[in-house]
Design a protein around this ligand. Structure first.
Ligand SMILES: C[S@@+](CC[C@H](N)C(=O)[O-])C[C@H]1O[C@@H](n2cnc3c(N)ncnc32)[C@H](O)[C@@H]1O
Length: 231
């Protein structure tokens, strides 16, 4: 049995029981192998834009005897699963902007899924903003720790309602507060440190006056939120 830890384990648990998940940018295929092996789904589709990662995925699929349960496809984003009726789409381990672009390019496929599980490595604010503006509701969020780093895992479903979200919650997901995520305080501490560096870098530049005010405001909000977390 394949053993998933931290980040990918959290992604799998947010996908939950499903019938035909698609893992986009699968690389090693650990995630679909785990989903099938643990009985969370009967079969899965795994895609990648590059042949090298797909060869790696194929080796692992053979190693775990999953050839008749996991189908591999080469292609860009959601294009290889366009008319497949996948109930769950998983896009993990990429930047938030790339995940956003993948969804935007094939938005109808994304809309038709029961939900999408996304795990951005960075720039999650760009992804959240796109989701809210384009009628995807973030129904659940959770933090996962892996090798000292903390990553958000975002679950969203299309309901057609366009939303505006405040800048602070584009950066630090609202659901993390509502769900009292146990890693939130630690995550905020790390984000505050990073934001301090951004603000310090901007402080000396007159050209960046407007951006400075925005980034400094975000830093203030992060510090306030940090002080208010009582769990
Ligand atoms: C860092 S790996 C993440 C692998 C795995 N999903 C994880 O979370 O551990 C990113 C993978 O996404 C693939 N990828 C990048 N852009 C892609 C795209 N537009 N469509 C499909 N796969 C893509 C890369 O080739 C790479 O194998």
């Amino acid at each position: 049995m394949i053993n998933l830890k931290g980040r990918l384990e959290k992604v799998a648990s947010m996908a939950g029981r499903c019938s035909k998940p698609a893992d986009i940018g699968t690389d090693h295929a650990y995630l679909p192998i785990y989903l099938v092996q643990s009985g969370m789904c009967p079969m899965a589709i795994a895609t990648d834009i590059k042949k090298g990662p797909l060869r790696k995925a194929e080796k692992n699929i053979i190693k775990y005897h999953m050839q008749d349960k996991i189908e591999l496809r080469l292609g860009d984003g959601l294009i290889p699963v366009k008319d497949d009726g996948c109930d769950v789409i998983i896009i993990a381990g990429m930047g938030g902007v790339l995940i956003r672009d993948i969804i935007e390019k094939s938005v109808d496929t994304a809309k038709n899924a029961k939900f999408i599980v996304m795990q951005p490595m960075y720039a999650e604010e760009a992804l959240r903003e796109f989701l809210f503006r384009n009628g995807f509701n973030i129904t659940e969020e959770s933090l996962a720790k892996h090798e000292g780093k903390i990553y958000p895992v975002i679950k969203a479903a299309y309901d057609g309602i366009s939303r505006e979200e405040e800048n602070f919650h584009l950066h630090i997901g609202r659901r993390l507060f509502e769900q009292r995520d146990p890693l939130l305080k630690e995550f905020l501490k790390k984000r505050i440190k990073r934001q301090e560096r951004i603000v310090q870098g901007m402080a000396k530049s007159a050209r960046m006056k407007e951006s400075y005010a925005k980034e400094n405001g975000l830093l203030t909000d992060m510090k306030k939120a940090y002080d208010q977390i009582a769990w």
